[in-house]
Write a protein of this length. Sequence first.
Length: 60
Amino acid sequence: MSCEHLICAQCAGPVVEARCPACRAARAQVHHHGPGLSLPLVAIALLALLALMLALQLAH
């Protein structure tokens, strides 16, 4: 979702410009990014670790 076309109900300005506290809060909510790593990145790291452990087991 994008805030480019959203209009603030409090100041009637574009939310993307963040003219008032309500705009800033709405923009922050729309562009909220969760803390930490994303799920695909974690899954790839776990698969790589599993492959490494398997390769080490086969080497012995």
